[in-house]
Design a protein around this ligand. Structure first.
Ligand code: ADP
Ligand code: MG
Length: 234
């Protein structure tokens, strides 16, 4: 059976992925704060919206209002009716205001899985972003419980036939990296006294991929990846 490739919304990254992500699987984007995970995730979301697909974006750290302002400034249209942004950030006011909602979505990965299943009763989302999953991991009491719940999350997402992009700030994302179908790493380094950014694919099941670190930039219209250039470390 032929796999369906879908665009990340970043043409240079699609090139590195030999045509795009394989639909219906779960992927991880990891990187330190400020490397562009949210921006990359928004490219992925909006590429779906551009196809007329319904997309669900769950934000767990950055308040939705900030995402709206920052991403609108980069030229993304978050008002598109095909785009649903769910604020599951644990700020005090929100926690009080919509505590049920917060708990449903973000208390732990089991509840997140259930909440997404519930969302699917109203609408079928072909793409989902969870940005970042860090919190869900930190709330898990035991590693083994988290592992089981994370695996169950992946199976549920595959059953729902949706493509999921998770972001993570944790350097140690061992379990997730084993269980997801692909990992994209965003890195910042200092090169000749200048800040330089590099993207690397470390895993992509079911496909060949460019394993080199390629330079990327964050611009006023989002991320640009240069798949033909190399980063020469000093
Ligand atoms: N117009 C712009 N030009 C260049 N860099 C920008 C622009 N807008 C935002 N950035 C950079 O994008 C980064 C934030 O991206 P974001 O996707 O929020 O990262 P993360 O989610 O990994 O924390 C910051 O490092 C910021 O400096
Ligand atoms: Mg972010």
């Amino acid at each position: 059976m032929d796999v369906q490739r879908i665009s990340t919304g970043i043409s240079g990254l699609d090139r590195m992925l030999h045509g795009g992500l394989i639909a219906g699987r779960v992927y991880l984007v990891k990187g330190a704060p400020g490397t562009g995970k949210t921006t990359l995730a928004m490219h992925f979301a909006m590429a779906g919206v551009a196809n007329g697909e319904d997309v669900l974006y769950v934000t767990l750290e950055e308040p939705a209002d900030n995402i709206r302002v920052d991403m609108t400034r980069m030229g993304f249209n978050l008002r598109d009716p095909h785009f649903t942004l769910i604020d599951a950030t644990p700020t005090v006011e929100r926690y009080v205001l919509i505590s049920d909602f917060f708990e449903t979505f973000a208390e732990n990965i089991e509840k997140m899985t259930d909440a997404i299943k519930k969302q699917f009763q109203e609408k079928r989302y072909s793409r989902i972003v969870i940005d970042p999953i860090t919190m869900l991991k930190l709330t898990a009491a035991r590693e083994i419980d988290y592992r089981r719940a994370f695996l169950s999350f992946i199976k549920t997402m595959m059953r729902l036939r949706t493509t999921v992009l998770l972001t993570s700030e944790l350097e140690k994302t061992g379990i997730e990296e084993y269980l997801v179908s692909g990992v994209i790493e965003l890195k910042t380094f200092e090169l000749g006294g200048r800040l330089s950014r590099g993207v690397r694919i470390t895993k992509f099941r079911g496909s060949g991929f460019d394993s080199a670190t390629r330079p990327y930039e964050i611009t006023s219209s989002g991320i640009v990846v240069y798949p033909d250039r190399t980063i020469s470390l000093p």
